[in-house]
Design a binder for this molecule. Sequence first.
Ligand SMILES: Nc1nc2c(c(=O)[nH]1)N[C@H]1C(S)=C(S)[C@@H](COP(=O)(O)O)O[C@H]1N2
Ligand SMILES: [Mo]
Length: 331
Amino acid sequence: MHLLKDRGFIHRTTSDITPRAVYQSRREWLQRAALGLAGAGIGPALVPATAWAQAAGPGKLAALRGARSGVAGALVMDKPTPYDDVTSYNNFYEFGTDKHDPAQTAQRLKPRPWTVSIEGEVKKPKVYDLDELLKLAPMEERIYRLRCVEGWSMVIPWVGYSLAELIKRVEPAGNAKFVQFTTLADKAQMPGLRSGVLDWPYTEGLRLDEAMHPLALLTFGLYGEVLPNQNGAPVRIVLPWKYGFKSAKSIVKIRFVEKQPVSSWERANPSEYGFYSNVNPQVDHPRWSQATERRIGDDGLFAKRRQTLMFNGYEAQVGQLYAGMDLKKQF
Ligand SMILES: Nc1nc2c(c(=O)[nH]1)N[C@H]1C(S)=C(S)[C@@H](COP(=O)(O)O)O[C@H]1N2
Ligand SMILES: [Mo]
């Protein structure tokens, strides 16, 4: 990020190729939400534990239909970014630093078999198999804004459940104050590891109360389908109120710790990337403004930049986590 400019001016625009079935289901869901039905317990509630995980092809979408939790902020009414953009314009430096690299090179990633090791200050440490994680809590669709620190944004319909569901089950000890996420680092699968852009493996961290916030999503899919490799298969986190780099992809380890961990981007450039990295239009990156953003999928060269929102528009939900903090200093 600090090495590359957002090369948005050569971003190819795509027509809205969202598969019709996906679009259809989303429309119904949005309409239900608009009518106030989605939260009223009419129709299917959350997806039964294994239904989404086990369904194949179009069945995956059917299994998700109407799934929602009522978590405030889980639904953004902006038009979702076309599927083709979400899956071909990616930051995933383990697979190369060009936005269009991961869609190609991440085909080498083997998302199964896969385990996630829960370690550190917890009463029930455990190595979870992916299949166990998929069944751990009901899946739901969450339509979130994603704001990259580089100044562009998307709207993505993710599939997953609150990270808190997993955290509750492993029972953090009293001295667990932070959570550290570690991404896979395997040279055989990830050509980008040969570059020295970052210290591998990619790590990220949160305060425990941030990790427990219902908006923090343990994510297994997007647009109704399992996560494409380039979007962090088979499991990642999504933190919609923070800059995109906090949302670590292809996670293999979650460690509960007492001291604030140092994240990969923070280590690489502490004056530019802070531990919190909450989206904040009033705190500029040292080399560019964070006041506005370019929405991927808006019409190319001539699209008007949008105002960036405090906490990416999730202030009502997460603002209290940062009450009393100086957000200019703790950026
Ligand atoms: N392991 C890992 N996770 C990562 C990154 C990365 O390079 N490696 N890039 C981050 C950045 S900068 C962004 S903006 C988002 C992009 O997610 P997306 O490609 O699914 O939109 O992933 C984040 N997670
Ligand atoms: Mo990013």
